[in-house]
Design a protein around this ligand. Structure first.
Ligand code: CUA
Length: 349
C-alpha cells in the first residue's frame, strides 16, 4: 500500500482503517483509469475505422444489438453496486469500533479545538487518547460550522452548532497526528490546528494520574511554536461532564419541571417528562412522530421544545436557545445520559 500512498501523495496510515480506505481508493482509481483507457483506445480505433473516405458519403447507421446494450449497462451497474457494498461495509466498520469506548466531547469554536475527557479534564488543541482502545468523539460547535480532520486516521466529521456528531475510532500504536479544520470558518481557519496524541499504556496511565507525559508536552510545544493559543482559555467555556450538567440543571431550573430521580417521592409529580431512564428510549410526540432520545433529540428539545412535545405533556417548556453555551448544553445532555441504566452507546447518526 505504501507505494500507492507515495504515488498519489496520501498521508501515512495511522490505523488499519486507513489501509482499507486506501485500498478502496486504489480499487476505484484503478478501475476508472482502466475504464477511461479502454474507452480512449476504442474511440481512437473508431476514429480511424470510420473516417471519411470519400467526400459526401454518408456514414452507415449502426444499431447495437439489444444483448450488448443490456450487458454493458448491467456490468456498469454491478460495478457501482460492488463499490457501494465495499464502501458501506467500511462505513459500518468506521461507525462501530466495539468494546467500551473512551468518551471525549469535542467543542469547536473560532478558532480552536476543545477536548473534554471523561473525568472533566479539559485540553485545548491536543486530543489525548489511549493506544488500541475504542475512542468515541462527540463533536459539536459553539459558533459556525467547522470540520475535524485527522488525515492519517482517515477521520473527518463536521462540527455543526446544535448538532452532536459521533465519531468512533481506534489507533493501534503510540503516535502524534495533526488535526486540521476542513471547513472554511473565518479569518483564522487555516490556523485552527491541533494534534491527536495516542499514548502507550504506561504513558496513558501516567497522564491519567496527572503526571507530565513527554509526547503530550511535545505536541503542546510544537503547536505553541506555530502560534496556536493553548492556555488561559480553558475555563472560558467550562468542561463537559455529567456532574457539571447536574449543577447546571439546578441553576437553570430544569429540575423544577423534570425529575432526575434524586429527590425521593417527588410530590406532586413534576410537570415535564422524567429524566431517569430517558436517554436512548423511544419518544412519541403529540403528532404521533417517534424519535429516539439521543443527544441530537435532547439538543433540539432544549433549543426548540415545541418541535417535539411528548404525548401526554403540556407544551409549556420555554426555549433555552441562546441561554446555554455549547459546553453547558452538552453537559446537561451528558447528565441526562448518565441517568440511563447504562450510558447507552447508541449509534443513530
Ligand atoms: Cu474551523 Cu475552519
Amino acid at each position: 500500500m505504501d507505494w500507492f500512498r507515495r504515488l498519489v501523495h496520501l498521508p501515512p496510515a495511522g490505523n488499519e482503517m486507513a489501509n482499507q480506505v486506501d485500498m478502496l481508493h486504489l480499487l476505484v482509481l484503478f478501475v476508472t483509469v482502466l475504464g477511461s483507457g479502454v474507452t480512449l483506445l476504442v474511440a481512437g480505433y473508431f476514429l480511424i475505422k470510420y473516417r471519411a473516405r470519400a467526400p459526401r458519403r454518408a456514414t452507415r447507421r449502426v444499431v447495437a444489438p439489444r444483448w450488448l446494450e443490456v450487458s454493458l449497462a448491467g456490468a456498469l451497474v454491478t460495478l457501482f453496486v460492488v463499490w457501494w457494498v465495499l464502501g458501506f461495509r467500511q462505513y459500518l466498520q468506521l461507525k462501530h469500533v466495539g468494546g467500551e469506548a473512551y468518551e471525549v466531547h469535542v467543542v469547536a469554536k473560532q478558532w480552536m479545538w476543545k477536548f473534554s475527557e471523561p473525568d472533566g479534564n479539559t485540553s485545548i488543541g491536543v486530543l489525548i487518547v489511549p493506544r488500541n482502545r475504542p475512542v468515541r468523539l462527540t463533536i459539536t460547535s459553539r459558533d459556525v460550522v467547522h470540520s475535524m480532520f485527522v488525515p492519517p486516521l482517515r477521520l473527518k466529521a463536521d462540527a455543526v452548532p446544535g448538532r452532536y456528531t459521533t465519531l468512533p475510532f481506534r489507533a493501534p500504536q503510540a503516535a502524534s497526528w495533526p488535526i486540521y479544520c476542513a471547513e472554511y470558518c473565518g479569518l483564522s481557519h487555516s490556523r485552527m490546528l491541533g494534534r491527536v496524541v495516542v499514548l502507550s499504556d504506561d504513558d496513558f496511565a501516567r497522564y491519567r494520574a496527572g503526571k507530565p507525559v513527554k509526547p503530550v508536552e511535545r505536541a503542546r510545544n510544537s503547536l505553541e511554536k506555530s502560534g496556536i493559543r493553548l492556555r488561559n482559555v480553558a475555563n472560558e467555556e467550562g468542561e463537559v461532564t455529567a456532574a457539571t450538567g447536574q449543577r447546571l440543571a439546578q441553576r437553570f431550573g430544569c429540575l423544577v419541571c423534570h425529575d432526575d430521580g434524586r429527590d425521593e417521592s417527588p410530590s406532586p409529580p413534576k410537570i415535564g417528562p422524567t429524566w431517569t431512564h430517558l436517554y436512548g428510549t423511544l419518544r412519541k410526540s403529540e403528532s404521533g412522530e417517534m424519535r429516539i432520545a439521543d443527544s441530537q433529540y435532547l439538543s433540539e428539545s432544549i433549543r426548540d421544545p415545541q418541535s417535539h412535545v411528548v404525548a401526554g405533556f403540556p407544551p409549556t417548556m420555554p426555549t433555552y436557545q441562546g441561554q446555554l453555551r455549547a459546553a453547558q448544553e452538552a453537559s446537561i445532555i451528558a447528565y441526562i445520559r448518565s441517568l440511563a441504566p447504562e450510558a447507552a452507546p447508541l449509534e443513530v447518526d
